[in-house]
Ligand binder design. Structure first.
Ligand SMILES: CC(C)(COP(=O)(O)OP(=O)(O)OC[C@H]1O[C@@H](n2cnc3c(N)ncnc32)[C@H](O)[C@@H]1OP(=O)(O)O)[C@@H](O)C(=O)NCCC(=O)NCCS
Length: 209
């Protein structure tokens, strides 16, 4: 299967940070992902990998070493292991489970892979995480100017539910608060099944628990 979704692990962090830098004007502090994965029991993150097919040029792994110079000159066993074994990460997403609400904290796809259904695939994986953990709703914040992401969420059944004024501290931009349908409703189940079928027609992917 060329596309694989699996839980994010510590060794994936350099690649994830690289995608984050290409995707957001405001990035998380360097050690945030490590803390999320190792200490935050509410947090669940996934990565999407892409393995080039036979005769296809492999997608270059672009992870930069997050350690400051001169530490970045030292070899890192985790990075090497990741490079040798796993196909490159091309997208990721995560959420916090808070009682029966799943709060999406982040989602991004490498620019080269956008507009091909990868964002929907990552969201599908996050729905899986939320439903498996018995969440009833999914919610998120998105910049008012980020019309592309809003279109993705609307396609997946999210609706606007208000504004958080000056939520983003880099430019004081407002956030739109969005909520999913009831994840236990027949309407959501139907949308979810249709989306899964549509994505399966478009490309081959698998999920590793
Ligand atoms: C938002 C993001 C994850 C979407 O990923 P993607 O792989 O491009 O999304 P998909 O190809 O699955 O798009 C699904 C749907 O979203 C909508 N959409 C996505 N990007 C869009 C854009 N730039 N303009 C308009 N609609 C867009 C479309 O409705 C599309 O459905 P369609 O292909 O049937 O028209 C990606 O653009 C990204 O990483 N952006 C930077 C980070 C970011 O903004 N994250 C969201 C923070 S809240």
């Amino acid at each position: 299967m060329p596309y694989l979704i699996e839980p994010m692990r510590t060794k994936d962090i350099p690649e994830v940070i690289d995608i984050e830098r290409e995707s957001f004007s405001m990035t998380w502090p360097a050690n945030s992902y490590k803390r999320e994965l190792e200490e935050n029991r509410m947090a669940h993150y996934v990565v999407l990998r892409y393995e080039a097919g036979a005769g296809e040029q492999p997608f270059p792994r672009k992870a930069r070493d997050p350690r400051p110079f001169p530490l970045s000159l030292l070899p890192s066993l985790d990075r090497e292991r990741s490079t040798q074994q796993d196909p490159p990460v091309i997208g990721y997403g995560g959420l916090w489970m808070m009682v029966d609400e799943a709060h999406v904290t982040s989602i991004a796809v490498r620019p080269e892979f956008r507009g091909k259904g990868m964002g929907q695939l990552v969201m599908l994986a996050l729905f899986d995480v939320a439903v498996t953990r018995d969440a009833r709703w999914m919610t998120l914040e998105v910049r008012v100017t980020n019309k592309g992401a809003q279109a993705l969420y609307k396609k997946l059944g999210f609706r606007d539910a208000g504004i958080r004024p000056r939520y983003y501290t880099d430019n004081n931009e407002d956030a739109v608060i969005m909520w999913s349908e009831d994840l236990r409703s027949a309407g959501f189940r139907e949308r979810y099944t249709k989306l899964k079928a549509e994505l399966s027609r478009r490309f081959q992917w698998s999920v590793k628990p």
